[in-house]
Design a protein around this ligand. Structure first.
Ligand code: KGT
Length: 294
């Protein structure tokens, strides 16, 4: 291997995405540019960087196919201009006549798209305060976990509600990821209860950095999101955090030696998959293995 630096600088852009892609693009570009000027090599934006709409009609009015999406075009040009890895947490794009995809774009400093990922887990939820979400009514879920590569290590790509499904992150770590990414638009309610804990748990249990750019504040569509963009190190320490919901960016130096260090100290990645499940009701001698013990 040629000489490779083990450190780089990561920035999470926190946004308050508006109704219309054109306005959101202006906000996104400005903050990405500032993060790059501050020295970031890798910049991530939140889920639905392009728009947060009120309903199906508004969404479909502004939805474009990936090939025709002006936001994607602009962000590819910006990555090339700034010479950064630009991870657009997601764009709502047209996937079929009836369905959108909640799709992440991982863009190289050349402007080429290195990877795309369609959000797998749909946020179909009724909260006790009356908020209801039916993401699957408009979006078609993805079926494939995605990894790609930064020059400093492998990156696992996920979105928001995916964070509640730890098996996905374990699969990404087992596929070699050192960096797990969770760009989000968490609700205010669930965010204050669960956000930090879920992200720190994914970091700790996999010995990975976790990068999570967030939406924050009250949006044009009247939704409130939690903010608190985070960078968590592989030991579970929050090394950068947006203190609140305002648009801006957070930035930290990332040292890949910390991944090795955390995994050497607690080798839980290697110690995994050692169980079966015994069905007590089936009586003695019945052992149902749900996974191969190694
Ligand atoms: O629909 C949009 O405009 C943007 N997309 C979102 O806000 C998505 C799907 S509704 N939000 C989440 O997944 C929140 C998850 C969450 O808050 C939790 O897991 O607690």
């Amino acid at each position: 291997m040629t000489e490779q630096t083990q450190t780089f600088v990561a920035a999470m852009v926190q946004m308050r995405t508006g109704l219309v892609p054109r306005d959101s693009l202006e906000q996104g570009r400005h903050l990405i540019r500032e993060a790059a000027l501050a020295g970031a090599n890798y910049v991530q934006t939140p889920e639905v960087t392009n728009m947060m709409q009120t309903g199906r009609a508004g969404l479909f009015e502004h939805l474009r196919r990936e090939e025709d999406d002006e936001s994607l075009k602009a962000y590819r040009a910006l990555a090339a201009e700034l010479g950064i890895y630009l991870h657009i947490g997601s764009l709502a794009v047209q996937a079929s006549p009836e369905r959108a995809a909640n799709r992440a774009f991982f863009i190289a400093p050349s402007g080429d798209v290195l990877a795309t990922y369609d959000k797998i887990h749909m946020f179909d939820i009724d909260l006790p305060n009356g908020e209801t979400y039916r993401e699957s009514a408009n979006y078609q879920p993805g079926e494939t976990a995605v990894i790609s590569d930064l020059p400093w290590g492998r990156i696992g790509i996920t979105i928001c509600y995916d964070v509640r499904f730890p098996a996905l992150y374990r699969a990404l770590a087992e596929a070699g990821a050192s960096f797990l990414t969770v760009p989000s638009a968490f609700t205010q309610k669930t965010g204050e209860a669960h956000w930090h804990t879920l992200l720190r748990a994914r970091a700790i249990e996999n010995g990975c950095y976790v990068f999570a750019a967030a939406q924050g504040g009250t949006h044009e569509n009247k939704r409130s999101t939690y903010g608190h963009s985070l960078i968590v190190d592989p030991w579970g320490v929050v090394i950068a955090e947006a203190m609140g919901t305002d648009p801006g960016f957070i930035i930290a130096e990332i040292d890949t030696a910390k991944v090795t260090e955390a995994r050497n100290t607690v080798p839980s990645l290697q110690h995994g998959r050692r169980f079966g499940i015994r069905d007590a009701k089936a009586g003695p001698g019945h052992l149902h293995l749900v996974r191969d013990a190694t």
